[in-house]
Every structure is written in C-alpha cells, then in structure tokens.
Ligand binder design. Sequence first.
Ligand code: SF4
Ligand code: SF4
Length: 192
Amino acid sequence: MVTPSQSLCLTCGLCCDGTFISGVPLKPDDEVAPLKAVGINIVSDNDLTVLKLPCAAHKNCTCTVYANRPQVCRTYKCKLLKRFEGDDTSKQSALEIINKVKSLKNEMNELAFAASTTVQSADEIISLLKKCQTDPNIGKRKQDYAHVLLKFGELQIYLDRFFREESKFAPAPLDRSPAAPAEIQPPALSKV
Ligand code: SF4
Ligand code: SF4
C-alpha cells in the first residue's frame, strides 16, 4: 500500500533529479553493483563514496532500484515532506509547491535555451556570472543571461524556503552577512 508520504514523493522526485542536492553519500554496507548496473554514476574520493545526482535510476518519478536503494535514500526527508508528515502543510499546498518548482525549472531551462547556454548546475550559473562580468564580447546576450540568472535565483529561493534544511540562496536576515558567491553551490555530496 502506498502511504500519503510515498504518494507525495511519487509526484515530486526533486531530491533524486538533482534539483537541490548534488549527491548521496553511500554507507559501507550499501550494495554498489546493482546501482552501477543501471548506470548510476558513483564516485569515490578518499573514504567518501557518493552517488551523483541526477540519479540514473530515477525514471518517471520512480526509483528503479528501490529494493537496492542506498540507506540515505531510505531515510531522507526534505523540509516539505517533514512539514507534510507533521500536518503543517496540506497535500494540496505541498503539490502546489512542487508544481511551482517544476514550472520554475522549466521556465529557467527555456530561458537558458533561448540564451544558448545551460544551467543544470550551480557551477554553470557561476561561470555564467563570471562571463557576464568579464567577457566584453557577449553584448546583447548579457541581457538574456540576466533573465536566466534571475529565474535561477527565484527557483533557489523556493528551494531554500520549502526543501532545503539549510538555506543556500535566500536573502540573509539583517543581522547576517550576505552569502559570498563561493557559497553558491548545491549541497555538497549529501542528501541530508
Ligand atoms: S524532494 Fe521531498 S517531497 Fe520531493 S521526493 Fe524528495 S523527499 Fe519527497
Ligand atoms: S537510488 Fe532511487 S531513491 Fe536514491 S537517488 Fe536514485 S532514484 Fe532516488
């Protein structure tokens, strides 16, 4: 039987598709072979092994390696899911938030396509920002890039507000310094 939480996640998938998380840290007893067999990208650095997102096993909002999914995937809950389970957010509101994020992503991708660039990651946004600041030859395209950057910012504010436990992009409160550009990164190698 599908629980209300599973039903919500099956319409969402924003944690698996890399929208606001860059990777899932694997535990020593996670089985890697079934994950690699479906084309999941797994990287190791010293003693940290990470499943890179977007996850190749995520198809049609479903985990195609469900029985073998890593432990972190089994326990992960974004802020929205926690609020939904705590009755702080109705299913209708949660679905509206998820749909809004998906629509912002689509709008951003369309703007990026029109500007002949890509914005699949924060790294690409940073290089776009650098290009705007340093490349004297981009001319009119600068305006197109600015639209992409604004949409990216709007999306990140939504993700901060409703999905991430720790804000990465939201405007800082008055008693805190604004985030430095170097901090504009997806949560590094963590699904928690
Ligand atoms: S982002 Fe949250 S609501 Fe969406 S699938 Fe992941 S845990 Fe579920
Ligand atoms: S293994 Fe399954 S639950 Fe984990 S990130 Fe991939 S699709 Fe999502």
